[in-house]
Design a protein around this ligand. Structure first.
Ligand code: GLN
Length: 212
């Protein structure tokens, strides 16, 4: 008879991950999530946040996001969500998650212990595709930058997974992930896969830390 731990595992229930679908390239994120084995859900209303296990805040224009979020108490619900649930911010999403935003200063959700400078690269090089090493397994990663911000400073608890010119471009802090580039615009799915794994593992990681 086969030992229990040799039996094939039943496929895990796909995690439901929301993509804030106010503006920006949310469809590309939804597709990337699907390819990484998650069920994407487009989020347009604050009450929809209660139906998901994790959230992606995509790139776009962070000021436009803020204007929209100020309606219907969306900002307060989002603030509550990002404090406890896995959230991945890319580009404008990274700006929205930071504790401090500069150039110019603006309101943010304040859960990523970092100072993020908007539109930090000069006009000529503000949009670029670069391939660099990261701490993710599987070799160099293509990174697409579009009017990218710069993570100028990180604080306690932030792990840097990749850098550009000595500044972090992909970071993690507990249940938060952030990238200053657009992983959804490349075909490599390792970044989304890492977030899907984080969302899947987060409930058990929390249970473990509560018991330790
Ligand atoms: N420049 C944008 C901002 O400051 C971010 C650009 C992006 O998300 N691609 O909000």
């Amino acid at each position: 008879m086969q030992a229990l731990d040799e039996l094939p595992k039943a496929p895990a229930h796909p995690v439901r991950i929301g993509v804030l679908a106010i503006q920006g390239d949310y469809d590309a994120h939804a597709q990337a999530l699907r390819e990484a084995g998650a069920e994407p859900v487009l989020i347009r209303k604050p009450e929809e946040l209660s139906t998901i296990d994790g959230l992606i805040i995509p790139g776009g224009e962070s000021t436009t996001f803020l204007k929209f979020l100020e309606r219907d108490g969306f900002l307060a619900s989002l603030q509550d969500f990002v404090r406890h649930k896995p959230t991945f911010g890319t580009c404008a999403g990274c700006i929205l998650l930071a504790t401090e935003v500069t150039h110019p200063p603006q309101q943010s959700l304040g859960v990523l212990n970092a100072t993020v400078e908007r539109n930090a690269y000069g006009r000529q090089i503000d949009s670029a595709i670069q391939t660099s090493d990261t701490k993710l397994p599987g070799g160099p990663l293509e990174m697409v930058y579009i009017r990218a911000p710069r993570i100028a400073k990180t604080g306690d608890g932030v792990t840097i997974l990749a850098e550009r010119d000595g500044f972090p471009v992909l970071v993690e802090q507990g249940h938060i992930m952030a990238a200053t580039f657009h992983p959804e615009l490349s075909t490599d799915r390792r970044v989304h896969q890492r977030f899907v794994d984080l969302v899947r593992d987060w409930p058990s990681r929390q249970t473990r830390s509560a018991h330790s």
